[in-house]
Ligand binder design. Structure first.
Ligand code: BGC
Length: 855
């Protein structure tokens, strides 16, 4: 019945498919253009939104019911003035899509019962009502489908209210709590109620792939974010979405998008960046990719779950401005640019109120201000009663407790919970369910495309590596170079982080095997290298942390061409890393290994390369001069070894950039004195000065700045220009030329220094970025971005609104947050109010935060 309808169901799906095809075609076309000429004419940039919006018309249906000789639909229409004169066409279909009747009426502007004659008793099962507002044969608006089966309204995207109307309190009370998934081992599910055509929707973890045996382990979110390549992120998202459906799951609980605020954050590998713009745009691309497959995504954890220590009890104390500019902004961007199906609230409290029971946060900000329309679920077992969660519009209590239903019913009875509050959550859940794969009947459980997606995971990983140091062009390695591998991680490569963000892969390629299998490099002493037999996970083994002996260093330095040392660290949900040896600092054995390898290999005139297989920055300043090249490979997923071989051999030119600042030492971080706080609170004294905003403003020297990353080629920037548009936005453009000898891509970063006329402002903030296409030596490309007023706005707490200050704005272009090649000042004579808001989550008592004047 549904496939005859013209409502969102099919339009939505075919639009997604069409959109993806167009995207792929556009990407191929631009690649072709870019590679076939020297003056590169194609520039990725965003266009401004059209000034005039299409007139709008909507139909809201409240009920559909069978009467004696027909169907009664209670509905109302909202139509823009320009559309006055529209008519409402209602057509009824019975079994086998047989048309039963159709009528045309004036659209009712108030809730009204409309009767359409037919003989329900002659219909075997369902009656489908299609409603369409139309002006003339060529202009129609607001088409919806309603359905009734055996006398009961059925769920359709626009028929949610009709179903709610007839659901019992018991059913509603069960809907707002989680249920056991049909798919054993999945994280959770919603209630299915087949009499209303409501399927149970299964949700399961990500984000580095669907966490169900056996899946594909993609590079971590931290890695794909390091590519600064939204097309790449979307491609990975799409593949992850396909795996999700292939495993019989509707919604992947991903992406993670809290801030990489602390260099020790245990889940930084699941998050995108220390910068809100990069985080928001990466997350939006991930969601768009996942949802283009028909699966649903889930932004998590809303908000400020930036540390794992005490995550269930800690209250993050912060100013309304920092909350909005740093921690909430990524969610706003992702909601606006990708319409995620779901959002997960976090474990922590914000200024004393748990996020899952925080009405101001979930209703006031997420829905009313940001326009989120899907369902919110709690994190698993998060504090707060189910009743308070429902009141706040944390729609779904996960994973669900046996007592939830009774608690809801008793609160309803006592008047502690209103029926409207319960209905609101049910409506949110059903709206999401009516947009799910199970509802559409999209094929699921089809089996993963292991070969295709495994190859994709390895290919993509190579594009996420960040080259941090490359003295005397130590990299890439010539064909035939023999490489000796040192370090536990060469064999026990850390493919991803632990906890719910891990994946159970079908196969993995560690670094030993990646080099051994490569047709470019030779793995020296593959069978006898002492690091092949270590087991850092087995404390019983004396060689858990293998030492590099002087003898082996000397021998291999004579026989192999180069040493590659792998430094690995694990990170996990539930715990933060530590500023101790073997974690943030090298262990004694690692330091000794770097010393011995460097001495032996340099004595022979040979190179030493270090691969950082880590989920967080580590200390590098004390040892980096001893080695020739350093590459951050992060958590590259199951194809780690294959990707490493490709990048070391120069098959792939590294083009990633850091998503976090790497400080010189832990003691330089703004959080050193207050992280992780205590059981009950952690105070964000650094306020808006997170990551590079802190280091650049307060003059702290860093090891590697945010946005930093080298290439095997070089780029020159010229002709930087910023042009204002009539709407108060800007186009920033610059010409980037590949002046080196190899093909490569460059991430071009735009920053802004705001005038600080009325508000405290950091030295500079990222306001746009774009990644060039692959340019051959000598080729150039114009990189151009649209910087909207909202991209440079600040939150003015005193007047509770987002503003762009008046005064001089200094725009800069650079290759990192520490290297700029052009600057232009633009004056704004007046203050622009970008959006009005309300101070909804301010701290109960004022506290001193970091400010320039006090430094
Ligand atoms: C994590 C979430 C995860 C959930 C379900 C929680 O412990 O914080 O990120 O989605 O478990 O597994």
């Amino acid at each position: 019945m549904l496939d005859k309808s013209f409502d969102k169901v099919k339009k939505h799906f075919s639009f997604r498919t069409l959109f993806t095809v167009v995207l792929i075609f556009a990407a191929l076309a631009s690649l072709f253009l870019l590679s076939s000429c020297t003056g590169l004419p194609v520039t990725p940039f965003e266009t401004e939104a059209p000034l005039n919006e299409e007139p709008d018309a909507r139909i809201t249906a409240y009920s559909i019911a069978e009467a004696k000789d027909g169907i009664i639909i209670n509905l109302k229409c909202d139509i823009d003035k320009e559309l006055e004169g529209c008519e409402l066409l209602i057509r009824l279909f019975g079994d086998n899509s047989k048309e039963l009747n159709s009528i045309t009426i004036d659209p009712p502007l108030e809730p009204t019962d409309v009767f359409i004659e037919c003989e329900p008793e002659k219909v075997l099962g369902e009656i489908c009502a299609e409603l369409l507002l139309y002006k003339d044969a060529r202009h129609s608006y607001g088409g919806i489908t309603l359905k009734i089966a055996y006398g009961l309204p059925q769920l359709t995207p626009y028929g949610v209210k009709c179903v709610l109307n007839v659901m019992t309190d018991e059913e509603k009370a069960e809907l707002v709590t989680g249920h056991s998934p049909k798919k054993q081992g999945a994280s959770g599910a919603t209630l299915g109620l087949w009499k209303y055509g409501i399927p149970s929707v299964t949700v399961n973890d990500g984000p580095a792939g669907i966490r169900y045996a056996y899946g594909i382990w993609y590079p971590s979110v931290m890695n794909i974010s390091s590519s600064w390549d939204r097309e790449l992120v979307e491609t990975v998202g799409r593949a992850i979405g396909e795996d999700t459906l292939a495993q019989g799951i509707d919604v992947i609980l991903a992406p993670g998008m809290d801030m990489q605020k602390y260099v020790l954050g245990g889940r930084n590998f699941e998050y995108c960046s220390e910068d809100p713009l990069l985080t928001g745009l990466t997350a939006a691309a991930y969601v768009n990719g996942v949802q283009s497959s028909g699966a649903g995504a889930c932004l998590k954890h809303f908000a400020a779950n930036d540390q794992e220590t005490y995550r269930g009890s800690v209250s993050v104390v912060l100013t309304e401005r920092a909350l909005r500019e740093i921690y909430l902004r990524p969610f706003r961007i992702a909601v606006e640019k990708s319409s995620p199906l779901t959002v997960m609230s976090s474990y922590n409290s914000l200024n004393g109120t748990h996020t899952s029971v925080n009405r101001e946060l979930l209703t006031g900000i997420l829905r009313d201000e940001f326009g989120f329309r899907g369902a919110v679920m709690s994190d698993w077992g998060a504090a707060g009663s189910v009743v308070d969660k429902v009141k706040a519009q944390n729609d779904l209590n996960m994973p669900g407790n046996a007592g939830d239903k009774d608690a809801i019913l008793s609160a309803l009875e006592k008047g502690e919970l209103s029926r409207e509050e319960l209905d609101r959550c049910c409506e949110n859940i059903l709206t999401a369910v009516a947009d799910s794969a199970s509802f559409y009947g999209i094929p699921m459980n089809t089996g993963i495309d292991y070969d295709g997606h495994s190859a994709l995971a390895a290919d993509v990983a190579a594009d996420t590596f960040v080259l941090l140091q490359n003295e005397n062009d130590a990299l890439p390695l010539k064909k035939g170079t023999s490489v000796v591998l040192f370090g536990n991680g060469a064999d026990k490569t850390v493919f991803g982080g632990n906890g719910s963000g891990s994946v159970i892969p079908q196969k993995t390629v560690n670094i030993f095997d990646g080099i051994e299998n490569s047709n470019k490099l030779v793995c020296y002493d593959y069978y006898n290298d002492p690091f092949r037999w270590c087991d850092p996970h087995d404390p019983e083994k004396p060689n858990a942390d293998v030492r590099l002996t002087e003898e082996y260093a000397e021998l291999s330095a004579k026989e192999a061409d180069c040493a590659v040392i792998v430094i690995s660290r694990s990170s996990t949900e539930g715990a933060d890393n530590k500023a101790i040896k073997g974690d943030y600092y090298l262990s004694d054995n690692e330091a000794e290994m770097i010393d011995r390898a460097s001495e032996a290999f340099h004595r022979e005139g040979k190179r030493v390369i270090v691969l950082l297989n880590v989920g967080n920055p580590i200390e590098v300043v004390s040892w980096r001069e001893k080695v020739d090249a350093i590459m951050m490979i992060g958590y590259p997923g199951e194809g780690a070894g294959t990707a490493v071989a490709k990048v070391l051999s120069g098959d792939v030119n590294p083009s990633g950039k850091l998503t976090m600042t790497w400080p010189k030492d832990y003691s330089d971080t703004p959080a050193k004195d207050y992280f992780p706080g205590n059981q009950s609170q952690t105070i964000y004294y650094d306020d808006i000065y997170v990551g590079y905003r802190y280091y650049s403003t307060f003059g702290a020297d860093v090891a590697y700045p945010f946005g930093y990353g080298l290439s095997y080629t070089e780029f020159k920037y010229s002709n930087f220009k910023v042009t204002a548009t009539a709407q108060g936005n800007y186009y920033a453009e610059v010409v980037v030329r590949n002046t080196g000898k190899r093909k490569g891509r460059e991430v071009v970063e735009f920053y802004v220094l705001k005038p600080g006329t009325t508000l405290e402002q950091p030295s500079y903030e990222l306001c746009g970025f774009v990644k060039t296409a692959a340019m051959k030596a000598g080729q150039y490309q114009k990189a151009k971005v649209l910087i909207k007023a909202s991209d440079i706005a600040s939150y003015d707490t005193e007047n509770s609104r987002y503003i762009v200050e008046s005064g001089d704005f200094v725009f800069r272009v650079g290759s990192s947050a520490g290297t700029f090649y052009g600057e232009q000042t633009v004056n704004r004579p007046d203050v622009t109010v970008v959006a009005e808001a309300e101070n909804r989550c301010a701290p109960a008592t004022k506290f001193d935060v970091l400010q320039k004047s006090e430094s």
